[in-house]
Design a binder for this molecule. Sequence first.
Ligand code: CAA
Length: 284
Amino acid sequence: MEVRKVGVIGLGAMGAGIAQLCVEAGVDTVGREISDELGERARDRIGHFLTRKVEKGTLGQAERDAAVGRLALTTEVGDLADCDLVIEAIVEELAPKRELFAELDRLTRPEAVLATNTSALSVTEIAAAAERPQRVVGMHFFNPAPLMPLVEIVRAELTGDEAFETAFAFAERIGKTPIRCHDTPGFVVNRVLIPLLNDCVRVLDEARVSPEDLDQGMQGGAGWPMGPCTLLDLVGIDVHVHASEALFEKTRAPRMAPPPRLVAMKNAGLLGRKSGRGFYTYED
Ligand code: CAA
């Protein structure tokens, strides 16, 4: 199916990044947040990153302005009724996601594709809230969405071929390299990356190594583009702990469980970049 209009629900770091990709690819996009203020904040964030591209000469000013102009903001889910594809990037909790998919299923056209960007919840459980689960699919982007090439296109138990291939083709259209997978805990990358990052944090204490040295170790010795502590600060300590808990609950594999040090950081509000302090301190 041809996607002419996209809706993005939840314009936090991931949703704003996804909306940015859509408008840059020339697709009319409706972004929904729960308040005007949060919507405007996302638009400013997108405008900022596109301005940086203009400053660096990789995007023209007119293209930048046209891209920002393609983003419409709303606080009403009903304003997404005529979208061909809706991508959900709200809070990582099953109940609100299921409620949203039931509502989207009622108000969008029956052929519209409904995608969730969940990273650790079951797409099948989210899809089960819809009358037409065949049109629900996972589109899992990686942080930061505008920079990371991968999107996992996740087939839930009842996902139909039409929805699956529409999501795959759309990911390609916005410049991503999608891969196909089935709905299993953590899908492909997080199934590997989450226990690996948990191991990294355990090593911090066991080997009595500093975050700086651990980061240097994994960059210099394993070729990681950024060290694990820097990456956890980027992803958000709370996001990572939540995803670890969700995977642990499903797999019961001890390596999936969040290390106590990360849980303590989360409880203390040391969430990484977004709170100004995690393993490192951030001024901006
Ligand atoms: N959105 C849009 N644009 C952004 C951005 C963002 N969030 N962050 C940076 N940019 C833009 C900026 O304009 C920046 O240029 P300026 O600093 O000049 O303004 C430009 O991108 C390039 O940024 P960097 O110089 O920082 O780019 P880099 O070459 O250092 O690469 C990186 C950055 C791609 C993030 C690289 O360090 C990397 O690949 N890191 C690993 C990230 C990773 O593993 N992500 C997966 C996390 S796990 C996950 O997401 C799963 C989950 O479910 C939680």
